[in-house]
Ligand binder design. Structure first.
Ligand code: FAD
Ligand code: FES
Length: 252
């Protein structure tokens, strides 16, 4: 489904990180955490390719969608210029999403950098099902951190920064190695190197990983997003088969 969503507000929340709140009917279809929206950020041919951005939070009553993104390249920088009252063309919801029903009692949610946003809607939905959530969030530096208070409101939240300016100095795996193993399922989203390290750190815990890799069409037509996998075809398309996969399913 496609819609021109209205920008309600846009706020800078950390170094190069923006929170955009959009309103529209299409939110009623955004029910699964871990799905993403495909945004057209401008009308010129330069912006023909849409930008995939995770659903961070949905308010069904207000019909609003919140996304968090890093303004890095041309498209996301263009997106960061939008003001309240502007509109953005959204194709959504795309992808499969995290299976919330997989967690039994306690879930460990691990996010790295701009992989953190989809874990917020996931944590909200797990908590609504009575599942306790523990969050481990990794950033480069204190200046890059966002949504710490929002995660703390949902469950115990640990932060790791590479430069040690906040929380544990080091990586999310340093935190995971130091906390008690009282969770039954893990969910993670972030850079591939982090996902690989987590799979090695938690070999016996069932888990689900979400990839935020390069995409083209977002709807299974262009093969820009294929990743080697242990299945009959030998590959998967991140956009339609994912972006969430069971731990170990991909040859990372
Ligand atoms: C499923 C999914 C969810 C994502 N969720 C978020 C999120 O919540 N917040 C966030 O900040 N980023 C997210 N990303 C990454 C985000 O899509 C890219 O950072 C963004 O598309 C880069 O666009 P640009 O205009 O800054 O860069 P440009 O270099 O101008 O982009 C050029 C083209 O390459 C594509 N591209 C470049 N880098 C990526 C990338 N890493 N992933 C996919 N396409 C890319 C762009 O979509 C565009 O078509 C997600 C990616 C995926 C696949
Ligand atoms: S992005 Fe085109 S097939 Fe996945």
């Amino acid at each position: 489904m496609q819609e021109e969503m209205r920008v309600v507000k846009q706020t800078s929340i950390a170094r190069n990180i923006y929170e955009i709140v959009l309103q529209g009917d299409i939110t009623k279809n955004m029910t699964k955490p871990g799905q993403f929206v495909h945004m057209r950020v401008g009308n010129s041919s330069e912006f023909m390719l849409r930008r995939p951005i995770s659903i961070c939070s949905v308010d069904q009553q207000a019909q609003t969608l919140t996304c968090l993104y890093r303004a890095e390249g041309k498209g996301t920088t263009q997106l960061s210029q939008l003001k309240s009252g502007d509109s953005v063309n959204i194709l959504a919801p795309l992808g499969n999403g995290f299976p919330v029903e997989a967690a039994q009692k306690t879930a460990l949610l691990i996010g790295g950098g701009i992989g953190v946003p989809p874990l917020y809607e996931l944590s909200k939905q797990l908590n609504a099902r009575g599942i306790k959530t523990i969050h481990v969030l990794g950033f480069q530096s204190a200046e890059d951190m966002f949504y710490i208070k929002q995660f703390e409101a949902l469950g115990t939240t640990h932060v790791a920064t590479v430069d040690g300016t906040y929380g544990t100095k080091g990586f999310v795996t340093d935190v995971i190695n130091a906390i008690p193993v009282d969770y039954d399922t893990f969910y993670t989203c972030g850079p591939i190197v982090m996902i690989k390290a987590i799979q090695e750190t938690l070999p016996h815990t069932p888990g689900f990983v979400s990839l935020e890799e390069r995409m083209g069409c977002g709807i299974g037509a262009c093969y820009a997003c294929v990743c080697e996998a242990d299945n009959e075809d030998g590959y998967v398309k991140i956009c339609t088969d994912g972006p969430v996969f069971e731990k170990g399913a991909l040859a990372l």
